[in-house]
Design a protein around this ligand. Sequence first.
Ligand code: ADP
Ligand code: ZN
Length: 223
Amino acid sequence: MRVVLLGPPGSGKGTQAEKLGNRLNLFHISTGDIIREAVNKRTSVGEQIKDFLNRGELVPDSVVLKLLMGIIKKNEEFILDGFPRNLQQAKQLDAVLGEENKELDLVINLKIDEGAILHRLNGRLTCSQCGKVYHIDNLPSGKRCELCGASLYQRKDDNIDIIKRRINVYKESIFPLIEYYRKKGILHYIQGEMSPEKVFRGIMTLIEKRKNEVMEETWLRKN
Ligand code: ADP
Ligand code: ZN
């Protein structure tokens, strides 16, 4: 399966993509993590893009592509989180997959309203080691990561002004992207405000159904 998760900041893409990756043994490509890593390591690309990241704006397409394309090519199947974010990126992704006669199987759009986004992200704390996310209303005891014991921090772009900027950036670029995938017939919606477990079950149902369709199509083509 080649799956893309869409949705505004705070819709739960990262959380769900990670769970799906583990359950389905799919490689999870987190664009945000890859970008943050380049910035934290102060690579030359990182230096070029850190201001975009800190302002809550999209990093230029050419840079994102450079960072991602190798990983996308290397993995036969994957779950993509945070890419594509605009129509241009979607077309570039299709072009790269097309070179090897591959295509996306499924695009899932997580829906969530703006109030919920602000609440989630403004109170979000992230593990400094493993990246697991928490909310200040519901912290583990000792205020350290329950998985690895490391300290939690607030992402620089998780403050109210930058969150609002990120939501606007999302709104500006998402419509053509959604139209593009809707026309291809691979776009599905899931309500992202439900509990993570419910969202996960909803996504799994879609993926199972699509898997069966793909198997059937492959079988029919062979006969
Ligand atoms: P969120 O979805 O909550 O904004 P991410 O961790 O996915 O968080 O992304 C953080 C930041 O990384 C974005 O605000 C943007 O600057 C950059 N970024 C992530 N994905 C892309 C992309 N596909 N194209 C351009 N910039 C991106
Ligand atoms: Zn951790």
